[in-house]
Write a protein that binds this ligand. Sequence first.
Ligand code: NCD
Length: 648
Amino acid sequence: MSRLAKFDVVSIEDLETADIERVFALADDFAAQLERGEQITTAAGLIMATLFYEPSTRTRLSFESSMHRLGGAVISSADMQASSAAKGESLADTVRVVAGYADLIVLRHPRDGSARVAAEYAPCPVLNAGDGSREHPTQTLCDLYILRKKKGHLKGLTVALCGDLKFGRTVHSLIYALARFGANIVAVPTSGMDVPDYVLERLAAERNYSFSTVTMDELKSLAGGLDALYLTPSAPHQMALFTGDESLRKIPVGEPPVALDAFYVTRLQKERMSGKEASAADYVRFDARALRTSRTNEAVVMHPLPRTNELAYELDADPRAVYFEQAAAGVPVRMALIAWLMEKAAAASAVARPVVEPIRFKAEPPPRCANLNCITRFEGSYLAPRFTLGRSADTTVLALKCGYCERELKTEYVGHARSHRYYRFDENLQGYVQQWIEEGSLAVFDSVKQAEEGGYEPYKRGPQREVMNEDEVVRAVESLADQVIADVPDMSAVSIVGVVSRGAMLALRLRDLIGSKTKVFPPCAALDVYKPDNALHPIDGAETFSVEERAIVLVDDVINSGWTVQRAMATIWQRGRPAAVKLAVLIDRGHRAVPIRPNYVGKNIPTSRTERVQVRLAMTGTDPKAKSHDRVMIYSIVEPMKAPEAAH
Ligand code: NCD
């Protein structure tokens, strides 16, 4: 039998409260033994591998030190850029190989959800030493250990979390743990760096817990009267300390805090920012003044380190500054965690946790996580997308939670695979969607176009109205051609890209019209946003099509949500560097989910969100018989109150 249980710590929530208590008790023992200079051999013969794909000082060295202190051994790759990862080895392969050399893997990785992937593929236990901006559970063990040591208990403490609460992974794990131990949280984010929704939603759903968010200025004024924290109506203060049978309403609100017990400060996680977020200039800065008020003079100052400018060095000499103790706790606490894994292996077999089965989707391609830093975006080839139902409060979208990074994907269109109908999602569909999930017939689409290209028909067309006849369609296409000709100084620099399928038909018609008016026939390509391998191909008989340095006119029939056009733009930019991309649409219905504005519009037809504009087109405008196919129709797509029983 292996000396370590196959037990992974990906989230702090993987540990039961009793487990954390046991780790702390072991940490006390180890700290005392280290203090006495005793030789410890608990883990003699065991090997730990540290795989760090991101810089680290404390976490890596304290893990390695803790294994040495336990009498075990450590193997490591000094720089993962110098490992096979640089040759393109997948994370799944790396951890399987390394598990052959070690009994335990400690992983730090820049991508959200990477630790989950490693845990699933490695046959040995995996400890998450920080995965992207998601979690850092072993740092939280150190944080809690020191906080409890300083304060004697955790329940009822009031902890102000300050700084970058968006990307600070140590904060996310700490929030879950503070909620569990019944501490009060006050979030004090730097502007724009709030605790992410997925953390808040998990906290509310699993721990029935919420907390107040205040600005630094408010906190400064509140420090004189913290009671005010209880008066924030939009974010009722911690309503329930523990989940239990009692309903939320019945749990009495506790006494207002008399004072703050701790500040937990984090650095701005610059390496995870896209540039739009907060700037370092208005970041929090803590100095000795923060601890001078009557409500803060008992407060300890914590920081996971490294610090940048947010903590003044003058604080270091203050006994309430405990950040170096937090860092030092890394050794006994991580020794304790390893020893606890050994105890767990020796104990009777672990109780399997209930797992929520991921949804089986019926549409190709399956949905893709929207988080650009999700591990599935980087190791997509072997990781099947995995989603469960999300918890978003927005009832106009179906929220799907990524099984790797926990972020929610919000989809607007759902389909039923047996009836081949699609619907705009609406809360009345919730019950049906649940049923379709159970029978394995749910399809999701991020646009009407995707649904229709997949052969799905809108549910309940309702009365159809013709809003443009053939002559009007022909005039609108002409108007588009004229707008392009008037706008573009050099037609020989133009290439036309049409979005499959009606956008591509329109592209050809535009090309012919432009050609007959200017004697320049721009090259033409079709773009299929849902076929990544063959996304852009010539449709005018040419062999190749290049976007490089060209003025691209991107053509589509109707702009609905805008997602398709956005994807199409992204695909064009992936293919090269066009001189410009302009958008031409036959119909603009006036509203969309993404801020995209067409440059050339054939006709504006304002519609409501539940209406659907459908364009029917003849192949070319030159064939007089085919012209009679040209039509623009409008109809409602879902009648929400008469939900889809007819779909079955
Ligand atoms: C933190 C980390 O890497 O997430 N440091 C740590 O592990 N002690 C915090 C940080 O980098 O800001």
